[in-house]
Design a binder for this molecule. Structure first.
Ligand SMILES: [Zn+2]
Length: 82
């Protein structure tokens, strides 16, 4: 594997993800994201970055209920971290 390739081919386990830092901001990771353009590799994310990435995707797709969906998702994800 080239040294500039980041992420993991297999998803992290629920226990494993908690041992990592968010790839974007280095806060404790809680979720993960698989990026097709990055060789389908999984990257660890904190809850805040996960919400931000989901919001970005919802905006990209211009879902009619996008604002409502991200508000519900943010409340659920951030509550899980309490
Ligand atoms: Zn983060």
């Amino acid at each position: 594997m080239a040294s500039n390739v980041v992420g993991r081919r297999k998803p992290y386990t629920a226990i494993g993800i908690r041992r990592l830092s968010c790839y974007r901001c280095e806060l404790p990771a809680a979720t993960q994201w698989q990026c097709c353009a990055n060789g389908n590799r999984w990257l660890p994310l904190c809850r805040g970055c996960d919400v931000a990435l989901n919001e970005l995707a919802l905006r990209f797709f211009r879902l009619p209920q996008g604002r409502k969906l991200i508000r519900q998702y943010r409340n659920r994800i951030l509550k899980e971290g309490e």
